[in-house]
Design a binder for this molecule. Structure first.
Ligand code: SF4
Length: 109
C-alpha cells in the first residue's frame, strides 16, 4: 500500500516523538471526536483541517469524491493518528510548490 510505504519512510527521523507540539488532544471540543475512533486518548487534533487536502489525489488518504466533485475525507483518519505527524509535515514542501504553481498560473485581471 502506498500509504504504508510513505508512513514508513517518514519514520526515519522522528525528532518530534514525545514533543508537546506534535500532539494535541482536545476532548472538550464540541466536535470531538470528529471522526470515529476506538482510541480517543491518542486522537490528534493538531491537524484538524488536513494540510494535505490541497494535494488532491496525491494526499495518500482514503477519500472519495461526492457527486458534485468535492473531495470527501470523512472516512480518513490519517491526520488524527498520533504516529502521522512526520507523514504530514514531511509533505509541506509539496504544498509550498503547489502555492508557487497557483501563483504562477493565476489568471491576470
Ligand atoms: S484527511 Fe485523509 S483523504 Fe483527506 S486530504 Fe487528508 S490525508 Fe487526504
Amino acid at each position: 500500500m502506498m500509504i504504508k510505504k510513505k508512513q514508513q519512510a517518514s519514520q526515519g527521523n522522528e525528532y518530534w516523538r514525545g514533543t508537546e507540539y506534535a500532539f494535541i488532544n482536545h476532548k472538550k471540543c464540541e466536535s470531538f471526536p470528529c471522526h470515529a475512533t476506538d482510541d480517543p486518548d491518542n486522537f490528534n487534533c493538531l491537524f484538524c483541517y488536513c494540510p494535505l487536502y490541497a494535494l488532491g489525489d496525491a494526499c495518500g488518504g482514503c477519500f472519495q469524491y461526492t457527486e458534485g466533485g468535492i473531495k470527501d475525507c470523512s472516512g480518513c483518519t490519517i491526520p488524527h493518528d498520533k504516529d502521522n505527524y512526520g507523514y504530514i509535515t514531511e509533505r509541506f514542501n509539496e504544498i509550498v510548490e503547489l502555492t508557487k504553481w497557483v501563483k504562477a498560473n493565476k489568471p491576470s485581471k
